[in-house]
Design a protein around this ligand. Sequence first.
Ligand SMILES: Cc1cc2nc3c(=O)[nH]c(=O)nc-3n(C[C@H](O)[C@H](O)[C@H](O)COP(=O)(O)OP(=O)(O)OC[C@H]3O[C@@H](n4cnc5c(N)ncnc54)[C@H](O)[C@@H]3O)c2cc1C
Length: 394
Amino acid sequence: MEVPASLEGLHALFESYEPGSSQNLKRFLEEAAYKYEVGMKEFVHKPGHSILEFADLRVLRSLFRLQMFNSMAGYLRRLFKNEHLLQLLEFPVLFLGATPEKTPALYSLMNYADIRLGTWYPMGGMFKIVEAMVSLAKELGVTFRFHQEVTRVDVVDGQAKRVHTADAVYESDALLVGADYHHFEQEVLAPAFRQYNKAYWDKRVMAPSSLLFYLGVNKRVPKLRHHNLFFDEDFHQHAVEIYEQPQWPSKPLFYVSAPSVTDSSVAPEGMENLFLLIPLAPGLEDTDALREKYYHIIMERLEQYTGENIRDYVVYKRSYAQNDFIRDYHAFKGNAYGLANTLLQTAFLKPKMRSKKVRNLFYAGQLTTPGPGVPPSLISGQVAANELARAILS
Ligand SMILES: Cc1cc2nc3c(=O)[nH]c(=O)nc-3n(C[C@H](O)[C@H](O)[C@H](O)COP(=O)(O)OP(=O)(O)OC[C@H]3O[C@@H](n4cnc5c(N)ncnc54)[C@H](O)[C@@H]3O)c2cc1C
């Protein structure tokens, strides 16, 4: 299926698979627009300290229209019958932390962002966004110290006073932690200053981990688009193998990004830069043999689809999976996408942004409010910084 970028094109695509469905797509996107607007205006900027932040009649009323209590799977099936269309609209949910049957229909706001706000790519790759933020922060007077793992924090009179890294000790007025929440509070902080225990963390539902391959291919692969989703196997089965019976998928769905299709700076002329991703349950066994087995499974399907021999042209290959997420990022259970977006892990039910035990300690990122993903994690940093400034200035 070729998914067009324009709305008119998408309406035509829906009609070709299910006559009459473009009217329901219109309705679906209008409802998703409402969820996006309300979500962005009323919910994501709340720090989630308490349920009282939501005790506003306007916000409470909106909860029903937001479809917090309906499932994405049920909602979509009332609007569409065709399996291909259903999978197209359900796929973003696969990364949120539950099957579509258990994910609130609220998250159709992601479809709205994809379809109506558009899919954008920073030329040069995602890291260009990081470089731009670093450069802006430096202009504003921020000093960065890279490659210094924080190993200990000294808490004196209920305040974080010193931060230890392998090479240095820094005095602190206040601390905003952007590292994995579980790692920081369970491994860096002393037990007396932890708010949650092992049993609490063991009960958290994590979003998926991933098996990734970074490939340099010494030829062009004309049939590839920038974004290619291989949803040619049973979606439900893979979702169950991530969330309900965690195991390596029997028939994996996967995503292939080929940025070299759009951006000539990411591969030498005549070559292709590919990134392959299989979503996996967090906490699975991760070995070189398993990685290699899945490499061949998905490359076989990629080669079949493109009609090209690709494996013999791979001049650079790197795999990345759970063990790497743990080693490089201290990611809890090797998760790639943070805490799952389940109803019981929403807003004030997430690990708290402000420490109850250390007065000048705040957390941001994908394990606290508002949740996982690049935009929510950035918003989290902004909200936590405002909370911190308010606390230390008051
Ligand atoms: C393959 C992949 C694809 C994704 N695709 C998307 C997508 O399409 N859209 C989307 O919105 N999101 C996507 N995500 C999710 C998104 O990238 C994350 O939710 C987001 O980057 C999390 O940001 P964060 O700041 O919380 O954590 P991180 O980006 O993990 O940053 C935490 C940092 O803290 C550092 N750290 C850890 N421990 C310490 C310590 N003790 N001392 C010092 N530093 C430490 C880590 O090294 C890391 O640099 C994807 C993630 C992956 C892995």
